[in-house]
Design a protein. Structure first.
Length: 387
């Protein structure tokens, strides 16, 4: 039996331009997630760790960052847990590759052993005899692959070991969605490899599937790289077993990242004021929480709400908070002014048009007209001009 920990897309050193002052904190979270992955590998314990591309967010990293990564990898080396790594599309193995600039196995104390292997275009596989395993990792020296990395990979006649695992940093082909991606493979190609397990990187959300006899999975990013990746935050524990000549592969998710996501939908009619909304949301305060708030429904005329001000008031209490006001102003209630007045004619005309648009499903235009109706009532409210 083999126990393997699969991770990818750590993106150490990411700039996080969308996070502003929180960018440095999120970089620390990403490194903490990498450390937590190493902790998990040692606690289980596992036989092998796979890092399937984009360990670094780019090939330009300060030496101290590379040495910090090497120190974590040394913990695995010291524990005699083997690690295999492939470059991705951010830390691509081109002429400027970080894996050319730094000898990561040497920095991690694994030089001359099979305890840490970086696969390259010149070394596309490693035989780990102690594990009765071959790890295949076809990569390229360019960000855009000249062809599928699985094109020439078939292990069906490979008798070097009992187990065969593949590593690919790229997308599974989806018509109309992945056509422009740098590295693309198909499920037919996955099935044709005959691999026992294919460890994938590049997609930041966890997912899994099976093609032919090959189980494949994306581990996702161990900590979100962008704050809309609510299926990130995992590592995968993969157990490969063989009993009575029959192989089995079981994939289990393990929580790694700290970042949480929560979506809140509030009825505009229930919000008394902007300060009240701030107080309501502040009760959920959590520095690890990405809060996505949508205000929907019909809001009262008295509600004067500015989403950007609400976000600013809550900014220090969450990792990130986003407020979207999708509510619409109310239509008129009670008795209307006479239709012979400017205000009465205006209200009736606009409300009829709103009803027509809503019946036709054009909610955007209907919402804009509701706003116009609200403003018109305020401007014309004191005018009693007879037509």
């Amino acid at each position: 039996m083999l126990r393997v920990l699969h991770t990818a897309d750590v993106h150490l050193g990411a700039r996080h331009a969308d996070l502003g002052e929180q960018a440095a904190a999120q970089r620390e979270r990403q490194f903490a997630a990498f450390r937590a992955t190493v902790d998990l590998a040692m606690a289980e314990p596992v036989d092998l760790v796979l890092i399937v591309g984009d360990l670094f967010d780019s090939n330009v990293q300060p030496r101290r960052s590379v040495e910090a990564v090497a120190a974590e990898l040394r913990r695995l080396v010291d524990a005699r847990i083997r690690t295999v790594l492939v470059p991705g599309t951010h830390d691509v193995y081109d002429r400027a590759s970080i894996y050319r600039s730094y000898d990561l196995p040497a920095l991690a104390g694994a030089l001359g052993s099979d305890l840490l292997t970086v696969l390259t275009p010149d070394r596309v596989a490693v035989v780990l005899e102690a594990l009765d395993l071959v790890v295949h990792g076809p990569v390229f020296a360019t960000k855009r692959a000249p062809h599928s990395p699985l094109r020439d990979l078939s292990v069906k006649a490979d008798a070097r070991a009992t187990w065969h695992i593949g590593m690919v940093h790229g997308s599974i082909a989806i018509a109309g969605q992945t056509d422009g991606d740098e590295v693309v493979v198909t499920t037919d190609e996955i099935a044709a490899t005959g691999l026992d397990y294919l460890a994938l990187g590049h997609w930041h959300s966890t997912s899994r599937g099976k093609a032919g006899h090959t189980v494949y999975a994306y581990s996702g990013a161990p900590e979100p790289v962008a704050l809309d990746q609510d299926r990130a935050g995992k590592a995968l524990l993969v157990t490969l077993d063989q009993r009575n000549g029959k192989k089995s592969v079981v994939v289990d998710e393990r929580q790694i990242g700290r970042t949480r996501f929560e979506k809140v939908e509030l009825d505009g009619a229930s919000v008394a004021s902007q300060p009240a909304l701030v107080d309501l949301l502040a009760a959920r305060a959590d520095p690890d929480l990405v809060l996505d708030v949508r205000l929907v429904g019909v809001r009262p005329d008295a509600l004067d709400l500015h989403a950007d001000e609400v976000e600013a008031a809550l900014a220090g209490r969450f990792l990130k908070v986003r407020v979207r006001d999708l509510s619409v102003p109310a239509l008129s209630e009670g008795a209307l002014p006479s239709e012979d007045t400017v205000l009465g004619a205006f209200i009736r005309d606009v409300e009829a048009r709103v009803a027509e648009l809503e019946a036709g499903g054009d909610d955007v235009a209907a919402g804009e007209l509701r706003d116009g109706l609200r403003l018109g009532r305020l401007l014309l409210g004191g005018i009693e001009v007879t037509l």
